[in-house]
Design a protein around this ligand. Structure first.
Ligand code: FES
Length: 641
């Protein structure tokens, strides 16, 4: 197939791609993130680019006006490359991970509490105090030299010393190590560092190094989300978190949700492309972290990955087809500890990879890790975990039982399916207040720049404020009020949060009737799922000790507003605990503790999954929640309507 060069401006980056690829796909290859909220379906209209030079083939779309067409504006996802191109990406089409401070990136995209103080705060609340025993360990040995009376072989000599000094029985080691052992031992005067890996009391010798390198043992944990990949570098000796980096999942070029990616994986090279996209993200993050913290890649001995079931299949290059076919059985839930190099993760070539075990097709290792890090499985009292990401996952339980379900909430709170929605990145309206007097909004924007769109926490505030000020009714309809910010638009009535003169894009940032409808469905799905889990166990919200809130909102979710719209229950506010990216913190517990790994395995086996679509009563609960805050106001006694 012919190859073409595409140069993107203002970045001035050029990539070579095969013809028939889209401009969106080329941009992703160039490491430029275009705002592709719908994942390239041509639905959101966010991925507009300006063609400066070259020939393309495009599909008709209502998102490009006649005026824009005249000025060579195209949707990047619907436009195929047929020539060498020069393409400009306007500000409103960009996703701005860059430009945020590291702290902002960590908190918003990494969905984690990553400053030392924040970590300490969260960990004090939820730390499970697992016994420290990392999955890979470095041991320095000063071996007794062989003599005629002590003539054990080199390998047995090492094994004997490990047993004698540390009480560890080594299981085995690779042939490569045996081949080089004699030379290493003698050239280093019998002073070597042995790297042990694997769980249990019988680990394997991963590799042997000359001298004492035991000070340098590092690991990386990952949360592989459908939208974002987040990695964290740890010193496995000191347990210190050295840094966190996040990037958009490059698989987004092949579809925004797991279903489209599963379908894509069936294409000729689909599975390989999806696998390569995510390993590229992982390797990039590892490189950025090791560069920044001056860590040698050879000293990274362990990687732990957590993510939904589809992400884990794609990472391991396993066909995910049956995840979406009845009876929805994944190819695997548990894997043994693997070699990271087997899946092209670039750390020490003999370094290891562990994937947090999943529960079912739609409840992955990220949920297992979440339960582990919140400690729900160990508590006597009843706790709930609500993780709001591209989907909503809910867990209810204690040390006696664990039930969980995936609510098909859709990604509205992540900015998809809403006209001005965007992810929580630079330029997103994240907090909103509307004055009850003149109905004028004030807002806070991530990065403190002019707004480009609205992220999940912003939408929750807007809905709550519109309800409180009477702009919308309980059904979510925008009322017929004479006001310069309320008008009829293409998608029904709309409220102008920021007018075009105040935005970075030059277009109004609005909330429409259709947006409100989509957000209402998302919140109803999550609330109904929580209710059904409780009803299934013949319980109600009053018995819950804590509700852990995980996911992208972080501390930016205004609890009062989330209750006002009926996303979460109207219970004592002190019962809510933000846990940030619980998938990442669970992976962190595991890499640092064999005990945590064992418990993760147990959790994944113990959780009972509820399939909501066949659960009696789910539909009624969902319909009842399609009001703000709910049809039954007695469930929200503290919300003033
Ligand atoms: Fe192109 Fe949504 S329209 S990514």
């Amino acid at each position: 197939m012919r190859k073409f060069k595409v140069t993107f401006y203002p970045d001035n980056k050029t990539v070579e791609v095969e013809g028939e690829k889209t401009i969106l796909s080329a941009a992703i290859s160039a490491g430029i993130y275009i705002n592709a909220v719908c994942g390239g379906d041509g639905v959101c209209g966010r991925c507009k680019v300006i063609l400066k030079k070259g020939k393309v083939a495009t599909q008709p779309t209502r998102h490009i006006t006649a005026e824009e067409r005249k000025h060579n504006v195209y949707l990047a996802c619907l436009t195929e490359i047929q020539d060498d191109l020069e393409v400009e990406i306007p500000i409103e089409s960009r996703l701005n991970l860059e430009g945020l401070t590291q702290e902002e990136v960590n908190k918003r995209m990494a969905k984690d509490y990553s400053t030392p103080e924040d970590i300490q705060q969260v960990e004090q609340k939820v730390s499970q105090g697992f016994r420290y025993f990392p999955l890979t360990r470095k041991i320095f040995l000063d071996l007794p030299r062989p003599t005629l009376n002590d003539n054990l072989s080199d390998l047995e000599r090492i094994e004997r010393e490990i047993e004698r000094e540390f009480g560890i029985t080594v299981q085995h080691t690779g042939l490569t190590n045996i081949r080089t052992l004699g030379e290493i031992l003698r050239s280093s005067d019998w002073k070597v560092t042995v790297v042990l890996g694997g769980a249990g009391v019988s680990p394997e010798i991963l590799f042997i190094e000359s001298g004492d390198t035991s000070e340098r043992n590092f690991g990386v944990v990952f949360d592989i989300g459908t939208t974002t990949v987040t990695g964290q570098l740890l010193n496995l000796n000191t347990r210190q978190i050295l840094g966190t980096k996040a990037t958009y999942n490059k698989q987004a070029a092949f579809g925004s949700d797991v279903i489209t990616r599963i379908i894509y994986a069936k294409d000729a090279n689909g599975l390989i492309e999806l696998h390569d996209a995510v390993t590229e993200d992982i390797n990039e993050i590892i490189l950025r972290l090791t560069d920044e913290h001056k860590v040698d890649l050879n000293d990274i001995t362990m990687v732990v990955c957590s993510g939904n079931t589809t992400m884990m299949h794609l990472l391991l290059k396993v066909d995910p087809t049956h995840i979406r076919r009845e009876p929805y059985v994944p190819a695997f839930s548990f894997t043994s500890i693997l070699r990271a190099s087997e899946v092209e993760i670039r750390i020490n070539p003999r370094g290891l990879l562990f994937c947090v075990p999943g529960i079912a097709s739609y409840l992955g290792g990220d949920v297992t890790a979440g339960i582990l890090s919140c400690g729900i499985h160990k508590q006597e009292k009843l706790n709930m975990l609500i993780d709001i990401g591209t989907n909503g996952e809910i867990v209810l339980g204690n040390r006696d039982f664990l039930v969980a379900c995936a609510a098909s909430a859709g990604p509205a709170f992540e900015g998809s399916g809403v006209i001005c929605g965007m992810r929580a990145s630079r330029g997103a309206v994240q907090k909103v207040k509307i004055s009850s007097g003149d109905l004028e909004p004030t807002y806070q924007v991530i990065g403190e720049i002019k707004p480009q769109g609205i992220c999940g926490s912003g939408y929750i505030d807007i809905l709550a404020e519109m309800l409180a000020t009477g702009i919308i009714d309980r059904n979510g309809r925008i009322r017929q009020i004479e006001h310069h910010r309320i008008r009829n638009g293409e998608y029904g009535r709309e409220f102008v949060v920021a007018s075009n003169t105040d935005t970075a894009t030059g277009s109004d940032v609005v909330v429409t009737d259709t947006d409100i409808d989509n957000l209402k469905r998302a919140k109803a799905a999550i609330y109904a799922a929580c209710t059904i889990l409780l009803k299934h166990m013949q319980l109600d919200f009053s018995v819950i000790e804590h509700i852990f809130i995980g996911g992208g909102f972080g501390t930016y979710l205004d609890i009062e507003n989330a209750i006002r719209i009926g996303l979460i229950p109207d219970i004592d506010r002190n019962k809510f605990i933000f846990v940030g990216n619980s998938s990442l913190s669970g992976a962190r517990e595991i890499i640092l503790s064999e005990e945590a790994k064992r418990q993760a395995d147990e959790i994944a086996r113990r959780v009972t999954c509820l399939e909501l679509s066949v659960e009696p009563g789910y539909m009624e609960e969902y319909m009842a929640a399609l009001f703000f805050p709910h049809t039954d106001l007695t469930l929200f006694p503290n919300v003033k309507i």
